[in-house]
Design a protein around this ligand. Structure first.
Ligand SMILES: NC(=O)c1ccc[n+]([C@@H]2O[C@H](COP(=O)([O-])OP(=O)(O)OC[C@H]3O[C@@H](n4cnc5c(N)ncnc54)[C@H](OP(=O)(O)O)[C@@H]3O)[C@@H](O)[C@H]2O)c1
Length: 439
């Protein structure tokens, strides 16, 4: 029940509709009890996909210590902590990702769009981490007591702010070891809008694709040092929507290599400023906002895939790994923004009813935490399954695909490849994006 709901937007809607239809059939006396029962059951189901991949503690076996990205010691000084950057940490999934990493011993750089927001984010991350530790002290008994969280300023569609952040980070953390970049910050718009910093560029393209790409490109030289780090991109199952409109025959069949330039053409057409925007992504109807969002998440996934492939043959000491993920359907500030703001009635109703079908922010951060901390081997590239049963699987390097995670496990074959995945289109889209951001 819950797994279907939590994972996919379609699942949530279907489950909610089924619940409404079922209510009249529940005996009157049980109706009041049914809601809390349902809520308790959903929480139990959601906790089933909790991240269990954690860095080894100094007490772990030699084998575990070898597999883990680093070994946690309770007396770790700030200088020894591995550094993680998490973007968009003032609310939602990013906030709980940063808190989870800080508790495990990472020195976390938590970013917000302005210095004020970033400082608030740091305070919230501390508070969330302390609450988590107080709720489950045994779980964190091998982790360092002191939490280190620093504030950074990143506005995804303001490329100057991204370059300024990268320069600041390189100076401020010159002697530290950057091991992880979580590209979490992202948003959907309520209408077709263009970035106020780049008037030709459609906002979701800038926020969910171009900004994270620029930040990653600027930080990759640091991630390559000291054994190679990782890049984790918080995508969305909505990435399927971006392809559906160009792939009308999309029906769950494997359609690898089917885009043939059509997605790139549509992306270029919408990224032509307010006056010039055209094509299938430039619609004004409400569903078009979801399409643009899905398209931008697909582009971000393409870029993450490009990073993973770039380092495929790099030596182990400088090899960066990269993956994308769908966090599930999560009640965060995301829906508040779309439903008129935190205090608006629709947003309030959605928040309370939503928790019967959606994940909480902490539950929503689990897949990101898994990708951040799991052994690197779990993030190895995958190959498409053979087109027909009985045929040999291809292992051609050009077919290798970066992994896509859902519910803390790799779901590349069910969530990514059947959606018209096209590695050639990915390279062309990335080349176009790089031209825009100047890298
Ligand atoms: N919630 C879900 O069900 C769901 C499902 C699939 C994927 N996701 C993805 O999960 C990620 C986290 O979202 P969330 O659900 O936790 O929503 P959220 O609570 O709204 O968090 C989004 C974060 O991104 C930041 N952000 C938005 N636009 C930005 C920009 N232009 N520059 C810099 N930061 C920006 C927000 O900052 P401000 O508060 O300043 O706007 C906020 O910190 C997003 O990438 C989202 O697309 C969410």
């Amino acid at each position: 029940m819950g797994m279907i709901g939590y994972k996919s937007e379609v699942g949530v809607v279907a489950l909610a509709a089924a619940a409404v239809v079922a209510i009249p059939f529940v005996p009157r006396g049980f109706r009041l009890a049914a809601v809390p029962l349902w809520a308790a059951l959903s929480r139990m189901v959601a906790s089933g996909s909790t991240n269990r991949a954690r860095p080894a503690s100094h007490k772990a076996s030699a084998e575990e210590q070898k597999r883990s990205p680093f070994v946690v010691r309770p007396d770790m000084e700030i200088q020894d902590r591995p550094v993680a950057i998490v973007t968009g940490t003032n609310s939602g999934i990013g906030l709980h990702t940063a808190a989870g990493l800080a508790l495990e011993g990472y020195l976390v750089v938590a970013t917000g769009r302005t210095k004020t927001v970033a400082d608030i984010a740091v305070r919230r991350v501390h508070a969330a981490a302390q609450r988590k530790r107080a709720a489950d002290p045994k779980r964190y008994e091998h982790c360092p007591e002191t939490l280190f969280v620093a504030a950074g300023v990143v506005e995804n569609d303001d490329f100057k702010s991204i370059r300024a952040f990268a320069d600041w980070f390189k100076k401020r953390f010159a002697s530290h070891n950057l091991v992880l970049l979580v590209n979490n910050a992202g948003a959907m718009q309520k209408a077709l809008t263009f970035s106020r910093h780049n008037l030709q560029i459609e906002t979701t393209t800038a926020v969910n694709f171009l900004g994270p790409m620029l930040l990653t490109e600027l930080l990759l030289p640091l991630l390559e040092q000291n054994g190679g780090g990782r890049v984790v991109y918080v995508s969305s199952e909505a990435h399927r929507a971006g392809q559906m409109f160009v792939e009308a025959a999309q029906s769950g069949a494997r359609l690898a290599g089917s885009l043939k330039g059509r997605l790139l053409a549509a992306v270029k057409a919408v990224n032509s400023g307010k006056e010039g925007a055209s094509g299938p992504l430039a619609g004004a109807e409400p569903i078009a906002n979801f399409r643009r969002y899905g398209m931008s998440k697909l582009l971000g996934t393409y870029y993450t895939h490009h990073v993973a492939r770039r380092y495929r043959t790099a030596p182990a000491q400088s090899r960066v790994v990269a993956c994308s993920l769908h966090p599930g359907c999560v009640v965060t500030n995301f829906s508040n923004k779309l439903l008129g703001g935190e205090h608006a009635l629709p947003a309030r109703i959605f928040r309370s009813v939503g928790l019967l079908f959606f994940k909480s922010c902490e539950e929503g951060a689990q897949t990101t935490l898994h990708c951040a901390m799991c052994p690197k081997e779990e993030l190895e590239l995958e190959y498409p399954l053979p087109a027909k049963k009985g045929e040999a699987a291809t292992k051609k390097p050009e077919d290798a695909v970066s992994r896509y995670f859902v519910e803390c496990s790799a779901k590349t074959h069910s969530m990514l490849l059947p959606c018209g995945w096209d590695v050639e289109e990915a390279e062309n889209v990335v080349a176009w994006g790089k031209g825009l951001i100047g890298v």
